[in-house]
Design a binder for this molecule. Structure first.
Ligand SMILES: [Zn+2]
Length: 198
């Protein structure tokens, strides 16, 4: 059964107009512009590493060809350029792997409907060195990307009521490229914050 062509700008995912060219990827110029802006905002520390996968709408990691990918099999990963050019699945993912020192803190459900950061999450953002933060796929969570050492993922319940998940190795993270606030387009040192949380 042929796949219904969908707009590749993830927050949209609307059907392409019936008049769209067969190689069209976005439903409108507006979505193309938004998708380009998201791509350009991903720090080079991430785009320069061949750790990219696609992912389904249900967050299953996929190869650029659309097969199931594995966060522990480098043979299923791709360079950023190839992953960004693929239309498999619903979006991009980055694999955290041994040796590159990239970590990601996942702050789930930390934005209010007005886009305000709730207290426990703001405390974490305040404690983090300047680093790139993006909105997560759900739209009401944040990913704090940075550098640090973390062998095993950890889930930490905070006094303020929230939960933060720390990811270091053997995981892939859905990447939206939707920079949060005025955070810089580079990865800061999250070592001190991680030591504080653990
Ligand atoms: Zn669209």
């Amino acid at each position: 059964m042929p796949r219904t062509p969908r707009c590749q700008h993830e927050p949209c995912r609307g059907p392409l107009p019936i008049t769209a060219r067969t190689d069209a990827r976005y439903c409108s110029g507006r979505c193309r512009t938004a998708a380009c802006r998201a791509r350009r905002s991903i720090p080079r520390e991430l785009t320069s590493r061949p750790r990219w996968v696609r992912r389904s709408a249900r967050k299953v990691p996929l190869t650029t060809g659309g097969a199931t990918a594995s966060s522990t099999d480098p043979g299923t990963w791709a360079r950023y350029r190839e992953a960004a050019a693929s239309d498999a699945g619903a979006g991009l993912g980055y694999v955290l792997a041994d040796g590159d020192g990239v970590v990601c803190l996942d702050l789930d459900h930390c934005l209010t409907a007005d886009g305000e950061v709730v207290g426990w999450a703001q405390n974490i953002l305040d404690a983090a060195r300047p680093t790139w933060v993006e909105r997560s796929v759900s739209g009401d969570g944040l990913h704090v990307w940075g550098l640090g050492e973390l062998q095993h993922g950890r889930r930490i319940a905070l006094d303020g009521g929230g939960t933060v998940e720390l990811y270091g190795t053997g995981r892939y993270i859905a990447v939206t490229g939707q920079t949060f606030g005025g955070t810089p387009q580079r990865l800061g040192d999250l070592g001190p914050l991680i030591r504080e949380l653990l």
